[in-house]
Design a protein around this ligand. Structure first.
Ligand code: SAM
Length: 213
């Protein structure tokens, strides 16, 4: 997601009650941050945060953590909440390639990957958020029956991801090559990118992959 650099973005983040400034200190202790034992769902690359804000309000018995690489993008997401405190939602600025530094083994129940950067060049394949090394890190932090829910408009990234899930022995279900025309459409929560791509008539691909085999 391209946003112009916002001077002072990192300092501004700390003004927001849903922003977690030192996330590594919560490794293995995220339930203390939320004050309950509810399952934790994580969105990697939350962008402007519409998806996770909607889910958090809709599911108060689940804790949600939005992970985003860029400070200015996290700030945009937080500005949307206008200092509203959503008790089951936390935002962090973090690089998901180091996710096992953020969560203890089996600490989280679900990962959402929504419209992840496709990195189309073959030499950049290792940067894709569904590359084998990422999947193995996710497996480590996910519960035994944990799931990864992925959606994208990019057919090649989708095909690549299905192959990576299969090669890394994830079990796949609810695969659709046209989400908005499928039975899953009714409960689907749109992201900003999804809104943009689907309004241009592009199909949305989606899969759920679980660690259980
Ligand atoms: N999920 C949002 C949506 O669907 O509207 C945003 C999609 S945007 C194409 C991808 C986002 O992932 C960007 O905001 C980018 O900064 C973030 N991102 C990319 N690599 C990341 C990483 N390693 N860790 C965390 N976020 C990452």
């Amino acid at each position: 997601m391209r946003l112009r650099n916002i001077p002072g973005a990192e300092a501004a983040l700390r003004e927001y009650p849903t922003f977690v400034d030192s996330p590594l200190s919560y490794k293995g202790r995220w339930k203390e941050r939320f004050g309950n034992d509810h399952p934790i769902h994580v969105e990697i690359g939350c962008g402007k945060g519409r998806f996770i804000n909607t889910l958090a309000k809709r599911h108060p018995d689940t804790n949600f953590i939005a992970v985003e690489l860029k400070a200015e993008v996290v700030l945009r997401a937080l500005q949307r909440t206008e200092y509203e405190t959503i008790p089951n939602l936390a935002f962090i600025q973090f690089d998901a390639s180091k996710i096992s530094e953020l969560f203890a083994d089996h600490e989280i129940a679900r990962i959402y990957l929504n419209f992840s950067d496709p990195w189309p060049k073959a030499r950049h394949a290792k940067r894709r958020l569904t590359y084998a090394s990422f999947l193995n890190n996710y497996r480590q932090v996910l519960t035994q029956d944990g799931e990864i829910h992925m959606k994208t408009d990019n057919e090649k990234l989708f095909e690549f991801s299905l192959n990576q899930f299969a090669a890394e022995r994830f079990q796949m279900k609810n695969i659709t090559f046209d989400l908005h025309q499928s039975k899953l459409a009714e409960e689907n929560v749109m992201t900003e990118y999804e809104e943009r791509f689907s309004s241009r008539g592009q199909r949305i691909y989606r899969v759920e992959a679980s660690c259980l085999i």
